[in-house]
Design a protein around this ligand. Structure first.
Ligand SMILES: Cc1cc2nc3c(=O)[nH]c(=O)nc-3n(C[C@H](O)[C@H](O)[C@H](O)COP(=O)(O)O)c2cc1C
Length: 184
């Protein structure tokens, strides 16, 4: 019924303004909190050529890919997961936009209908232009208003996640993600 697809950089990430090596990336931390509530394991979106662990190198490569509008090749994703009609799709905000590896995935399913619940970690840019980008990339999909989480607070996003899900209780029941309306 539901897929939880997540792109999160594996190396250094911004934590309170400075690059640090975290055991788990910011977006992955939010995904874990969603996983517990949705009862589904997160599926990682991983490029064939992994991103550099050092922050400066990561920025350089990501910027080059964004300038060229590259579509980096991805490690194969389980077809049954990709085929799900409801996606929770998580990624970090990169230069105000959806990271290019996520765009690769969207290109693969561009003609399909589904409902997408985006969640985005950032360091001040919020959802940036991602909502419009997602809708343009998936013209037949319903893109629900996304959840922005400041990366440095990713480990304490539980309340924000609960609030966000609560808005969609009835939709999620209709979509078969939740068995019953938990607001009642
Ligand atoms: C290449 C790159 C570009 C980024 N661009 C932005 C940006 O435009 N706005 C913003 O608020 N944060 C930006 N950030 C910060 C990340 O969105 C933020 O640290 C995020 O939580 C990282 O998530 P992750 O650890 O799951 O990769 C950028 C980080 C990287 C590595």
């Amino acid at each position: 019924m539901v897929a939880l697809l997540v792109f999160s950089s594996p190396g250094e990430t911004l934590y309170r303004g400075t690059p640090q090596r975290l055991a788990v990336g910011n977006t992955w931390q939010v995904a874990q909190q969603l996983a517990a509530r949705l009862g589904v394991a997160p599926t990682p979106i991983e490029p064939v050529t992994a991103y550099p662990l050092a922050y400066a190198d990561l920025l350089r490569r990501a910027q080059g890919e964004q300038r060229r509008q590259a579509l980096p090749a991805l490690q194969p994703l389980p077809a049954t997961v990709v085929a799900e009609p409801v996606w929770f799709l998580g990624f970090p905000l990169w230069f105000g936009e959806v990271p290019r590896p996520v765009m690769t995935l969207l290109r693969q399913v561009a003609t399909e209908q589904r409902t997408v619940y985006p969640f985005v970690t950032h360091e001040g840019g919020g959802l940036g232009r991602t909502q419009a980008q997602l809708q343009a990339a998936l013209p037949h999909a319903e893109i629900r208003p996304g959840l922005p989480v400041r990366g440095s607070r990713a480990d304490r996003a539980g309340c924000a996640v609960d609030h966000w899900l609560m808005q969609y209780q009835q939709d999620l029941v209709k979509e078969g993600v939740f068995k019953n309306d938990r607001t009642k």
